[in-house]
Design a binder for this molecule. Structure first.
Ligand SMILES: CC(C)(COP(=O)(O)OP(=O)(O)OC[C@H]1O[C@@H](n2cnc3c(N)ncnc32)[C@H](O)[C@@H]1OP(=O)(O)O)[C@@H](O)C(=O)NCCC(=O)NCCS
Length: 173
């Protein structure tokens, strides 16, 4: 299994937008995403165009593409970035039939290394819905440590929910 992770190019962000817009209601529910809060496809593309035009230190998001044997299989992104300090990560394999095959844990490890390198952060956090088993298991397998379970609205697309907070610190250099 030849898995690779690299920063996503602007012309590739449609894959992310289409993933959310094409998701079944029950999948969005599992993700803790409120479908009424998704920006339209055009608005969302514009938000990314603006963000990609910013210097790294001022970016609101950073996306990485996951590929296996040259095929796009998923992505990770970070938001709530405090450059040099911390950021919050998300993780998604596009197709349900490609999940639970080992890609997620491998790609998360590579994504983490990219975020630490490009954003100079000291810690990376992730807050999946507490009832969504897959990311919780995957984060633990990829080396994150459990911090706490709490109620919050994790981001602008989400509804109020129970989330599990996981963290990983930058390895000593
Ligand atoms: C979360 C996600 C990226 C993980 O990627 P993946 O390729 O499925 O994960 P892996 O195959 O590497 O599995 C990693 C671990 O999690 C476990 N796992 C994965 N999916 C699971 C599930 N649905 N139920 C129980 N365990 C699961 C695996 O068994 C493995 O643990 P193990 O080796 O100890 O058995 C992927 O499942 C996904 O895209 N899910 C839908 C989107 C989502 O929920 N994203 C999280 C939003 S924060």
């Amino acid at each position: 299994m030849n898995v690779s992770v690299r920063e996503m190019r602007l012309e590739e962000v449609e894959s992310v937008i289409n993933y959310f817009h094409g998701a079944a209601p029950e999948h969005l529910e599992l993700l803790g995403v409120d479908p009424t809060r998704l920006p339209s496809k055009a608005q969302w593309k514009q938000l990314y165009e603006h963000d990609y035009s910013q210097p790294r230190e001022r970016r609101k998001s950073l996306l990485v593409l996951w590929q296996a044997d040259g095929r796009d299989i998923g992505f990770s992104s970070v938001d709530k970035i405090k450059f040099g300090e911390e950021a919050y990560m998300h993780l998604h394999v596009f197709e349900s039939q490609s999940r639970k095959a080992g890609y997620g844990a491998m790609c998360v490890r590579q994504s983490v290394a990219i975020y630490f390198q490009l954003l100079k952060i000291k810690r990376l956090l992730c807050e999946p819905n507490a009832f969504n088993v897959a990311p919780n298991r995957t984060l633990q397998k990829a080396g994150f440590r459990y911090v706490k379970t709490h109620m919050t609205v994790p981001g602008p697309l989400n509804f109020h929910q129970a989330v599990t907070q996981w963290a990983i610190e930058q390895p000593l250099q």
